[in-house]
Design a binder for this molecule. Sequence first.
Ligand code: FAD
Length: 426
Amino acid sequence: MTRVLIVGASLGALRTAEALRDQGFGASITIVGAEPHLPYDRPPLSKTVMTGASRLEGTALPLRRDLEVDWRLGRTAVSLDLQRRLVALADGVELPFDGLVLATGARARIPGSWAGVCGVHVLRGLDDARELRAALRDRPRRVAVLGAGFIGSEIAASIRALDVPVTLLDAATLPLEAAVGEQVAQYVAVQHRAHGVDLRTESRVAELELRNGALVGLRLADGTLIDADLAVVGFGVTPNTEWLEDSGLVLGDGIVCDAQLRTRTGAGPLPGVVAVADVARWPHPLAAGATVRIEHWSNAMTHGALAAHTLLHDLGVETTHSPARDIVPSFWTDLYATKILAVGLPALATASTVLSGSFEDGHGVVGYGRDGRLVGAVAINDPRSLAPYRRLLAAGSAWPPEPTTGANAPATSRSNEPRHYAEEQS
Ligand SMILES: Cc1cc2nc3c(=O)[nH]c(=O)nc-3n(C[C@H](O)[C@H](O)[C@H](O)COP(=O)(O)OP(=O)(O)OC[C@H]3O[C@@H](n4cnc5c(N)ncnc54)[C@H](O)[C@@H]3O)c2cc1C
């Protein structure tokens, strides 16, 4: 019997298992996950779970009855033997496979000497959210959020909802600038300040100030002391690939794949071994042949369907299914009352312009271009106006795009968007 093994038991793993069943795979699926939890949704962690506004248990992702997965939770994969087609776990157990899905995602980045310091947190998983929530319940004097990217900005906004003082620090000149460019970043900076965040850009933290082993402040590179008895580090993520270092797979800030998500060794593409979601680095059409790693919720869905199809093809399992070709990434974030929705890959852009609306009035769409092609669009409080740009991105539209209006746009298919977001918008 054909055996599929999935390593990593989160969103990417679940979406791939679902797609395997949808595409007619009836044999054995085993999912190994280092965390003790069944798959759960991470986006609510930084929005409502860490503040106590929603329950930790509410993040559990629904499990379909027809999945019939052999779950191995709280078990960590430590090596991959491609010749013997075995994955070894930390407890010495070896799991054989015919087809392998690598879905080990990423972990929060933190300077080594800061990890474990009393008062210093990261937010990647349910257990991190539980700890942060408990720390916030103790009413810290002032929280410092380090890194004003998507996660750092969301964390700062969520903590302000508790009326706790927040300092948000970033080395860049504006929050989110690298991800969404100046127009949206300016808007976000204004929102943070309007909600009482002490936003300090072009600020680098040099060291932690500790008293009796606990955090009391942060020393910046210019000598400034920032008061804080709680810090949340939002320095981005590191893909979980160390356990694959001796496997022969090609790695490089993720697991390098072809356009079908098939992994490779030095000898070329490796049939029957695919990677998905946050850990996969693949050539996206919008990146003009370059490989990208996309850390978005909706990407796990796209990858699940594509990887399942590739795997079944490689294993010689018959399937009539062809995966959806909707490979335009999308991402959303909630900051205060502002909803930001992005399509495409705005971070790749070398040019951007406001396409509609007015940021002074609190809504609008910005378009992003590179090498004469549209590569992304971001809507502030105006998700419906994004629908035509999504279609233009899928069609490989030129930059700048033809003017278009939200009113004329057909409704976007939301099948890729998470339940809570889609519900809020309808
Ligand atoms: C706080 C937060 C908020 C977010 N908000 C948004 C949002 O608003 N919008 C959006 O689009 N995206 C958001 N995301 C991103 C989204 O959640 C991720 O893209 C998604 O979780 C990726 O899923 P994944 O399965 O690739 O990896 P992960 O969710 O990282 O899961 C990987 C799993 O693999 C396990 N693992 C790792 N190594 C091993 C090993 N060796 N053996 C066994 N198991 C292993 C890990 O423990 C983990 O459980 C957010 C993420 C976070 C953390």
